[in-house]
Design a protein around this ligand. Sequence first.
Ligand SMILES: [Mg+2]
Ligand SMILES: [Zn+2]
Length: 191
Amino acid sequence: MLPPARHNSLRTVFLDRDGILNEKMPEGQYVTRWEEFHVLPGVPEALRRLNEAGLRVVVVSNQRGIARSLSTAADVDSIHAKFAQLLARSGARIDAFFICPHDKNQCDCRKPLPGLFHQAVARFPDIAGATSIMIGDSLSDIEFGRRLGMETIFVEGNTQHIAPGAEEAAKLANLRRASLAEAVDALLTEQ
Ligand SMILES: [Mg+2]
Ligand SMILES: [Zn+2]
């Protein structure tokens, strides 16, 4: 359970992308075009609830497929633009996407490193770890949030593709839920 004081001061929700908003591809494969971007059930509604609660919604995503030349930054932007259009039809919005396009050990922005958080702060200077929460489906997401002083929610996602580190992530996170929709329920209705 999140401490109620934290809860009430919550301003920004950081979301991982793959496995939270859209179906995660099998390990080692990447979403490279819109046709492969399968929005998970309940996602537009869950995002709209966060919007209506006055919370900022920011996506932070490792996209190593760009470094591996499986897709380009323009492909990723184009997928996000189509996703934004789909969300708009449900009255939902993501305030910003921040992407690490790099391979491992080459930057300071591949989660769990904090670079994407600093990019978000550069865009929205009132963002602070203490008034943010991170929702993700991998250990790197939970470590990212914890290092920055955020509360964290681990989403278990597809139990047929349990990621390495998932057990540890579930233990480290403040909460564990089955989907973004359930995580949002926990944030907005459970006290
Ligand atoms: Mg993920
Ligand atoms: Zn990076």
